[in-house]
Design a protein around this ligand. Structure first.
Ligand SMILES: *Cc1c(COP(=O)(O)O)cnc(C)c1O
Length: 435
């Protein structure tokens, strides 16, 4: 199957080209040319299938033409080897816990899949090093760095805004060594993202070295996130729940996660509607209200992985809905919450329900509390373990948060980073010195 650019349907790429390039040559994002509907028999049987089995059916539908089925199966089974439980909270509300992977955040799914796929594509032209550039507002860096750690022929440069990610997050990508380099940028996440985007467009850099992106602009990162929407459905089916009015509430930053869910719906997953839950970075919320997309500088919040002022996957949503504002509004509603509202939800849910949210999950859960109708079944995506935001969460709940052993282990490593201003020419020269 081919992939086309959101800027021009005539700009096409194979899966391998799309994965290796990241961004299309015309700066568009790649989209799959066909969204094949999954057969009814698959849905009839889905309650009896494991996460790995479900994921493989979807992966095979998307990538089956381009990768040998046994290889694809290995990649999928190796990527999806941790639990993603659907946890009942109250009334008609559930949490889809996506924090049981190696770095305790949902980005493990896409990052691990992409690392394995790129490793597979690159194994055939051994000798050439692929350089992965990734801008992170927190969790992307750790998931990507850990997903790619030790993958032969791949080097990873993680750019992050100095002082704007939590200590635990920082430890997860600055202490690894080997093929992982952390770059500490004196600026915001948007500055980091701009440095990376400019690098992909720079002809000197592209002539000197092979560059690719592991942000959710990469099809190999964003599409696999669809797996767990189907698995959530399977778990509801297994519990014998009503499957007619399912609503997903997704804490959104760059909109890769929700976009994967929307594509899942387009491939036949019966989801009634989505809620794009935002912190104070309300660009998408405003778009829903006004039909105008006006990117802004990002605002720092306690749900910092969603501090995005110009969500890169917005163009994919436009493309999927053929630029129709009314079609987008029919499937997606929005909401935006302040730090005070996020804190209040987190504290109340902990004291009343005994369920500890992380600040991002709290945004999505609040959206269900405020918007879900009584005949709907609401699933919010709990995108990270609360211990990843220990200081913030402890301050809010006035209680201790136990750090899982896996996270603790990262904190013991020695931090190493390259400090840099948010100036493209300096970043460019640094990369050239590594070519
Ligand atoms: C990245 C991230 C988000 C936002 O996901 P997008 O796909 O960028 O919308 C939400 N929560 C957490 C914890 C994240 O790391």
């Amino acid at each position: 199957m081919e992939y086309y650019s959101t800027n021009d349907v005539n700009v096409k790429a194979t899966l391998k080209e799309a994965v290796v390039r990241g961004l299309a040559p015309d700066r568009g994002l790649f989209m799959p040319e066909r969204l094949t509907s999954l057969p009814q028999a698959f849905f009839n049987n889905i309650a009896n299938m494991s996460l790995q089995e479900i994921s493989f059916v979807i992966a095979n539908t998307l990538f089956g033409d381009d990768i040998d089925s046994e290889v694809l199966k290995d990649i999928v089974y190796d990527t999806m080897n941790f639990e993603i439980p659907l946890v009942y909270i109250n009334e008609n509300r559930y949490s889809l816990e996506l924090f049981h992977g190696p770095t305790l955040a949902f980005k493990d799914v896409g990052a691990r899949f992409m690392a394995r796929l790129l490793g597979h594509f690159n194994s055939k032209n051994s000798g050439t090093t692929v350089n992965v550039l990734v801008a992170t507002s927190g969790d992307t860096g750790s998931a990507v760095a850990n997903g790619f750690l030790g993958v032969p022929g791949v080097r990873v440069f993680v750019l992050y805004p100095q002082g704007k990610v939590s200590k635990i997050q920082e430890a997860q990508f600055t202490t690894l060594g080997q093929n992982i380099t952390a770059i500490e940028v004196n600026g915001t996440f948007d500055d980091c993202q701009a440095l990376v985007k400019n690098a992909f467009m720079d002809s000197d850099l592209n002539a000197a070295m092979k560059l690719t992106s592991a942000n959710s602009i990469n099809v190999a990162r964003f599409l696999p996130q669809m797996f767990y929407y189907f698995y959530a459905y399977a778990q509801l089916a297994k519990r014998g729940q009503d499957l007619n009015n399912i609503v997903f509430s997704v804490p959104s930053g760059n909109f890769g996660n929700i976009c994967a869910g929307l594509i899942g719906k387009a491939m036949g997953l019966p989801i009634k509607r989505f809620i794009a839950a935002n912190n104070r970075n309300d660009i998408f919320f405003k778009y829903l209200q006004t039909g105008k997309y006006e990117p802004k500088a990002s605002i720092s919040t306690i749900a910092n992985a969603m501090d995005v002022g110009d969500p890169s996957n917005f163009v994919r949503i436009l493309d999927l809905y053929k630029h129709s504002h009314s079609s987008i509004c029919a499937d997606i509603s929005g909401c935006t919450y302040t730090d005070e509202q996020i804190s209040e939800t987190l504290a109340t849910t902990y004291s009343k329900e005994g369920y500890l949210l992380d600040p991002h999950g709290a945004v999505a859960y609040r959206a269900l509390l405020e918007n879900l109708k009584s005949d709907e079944t609401g699933i919010f995506i709990e995108t990270a373990h609360p211990a990843k935001f220990k200081d913030t969460v402890e301050r809010i709940i006035s209680d201790n948060v136990v750090i899982p052993a896996r996270l603790e282990a990262f904190m013991k490593g020695k931090k190493e980073s390259v400090k840099m201003p948010a100036t493209f020419s300096i970043f460019k020269n640094y990369l050239l010195s590594k070519a």
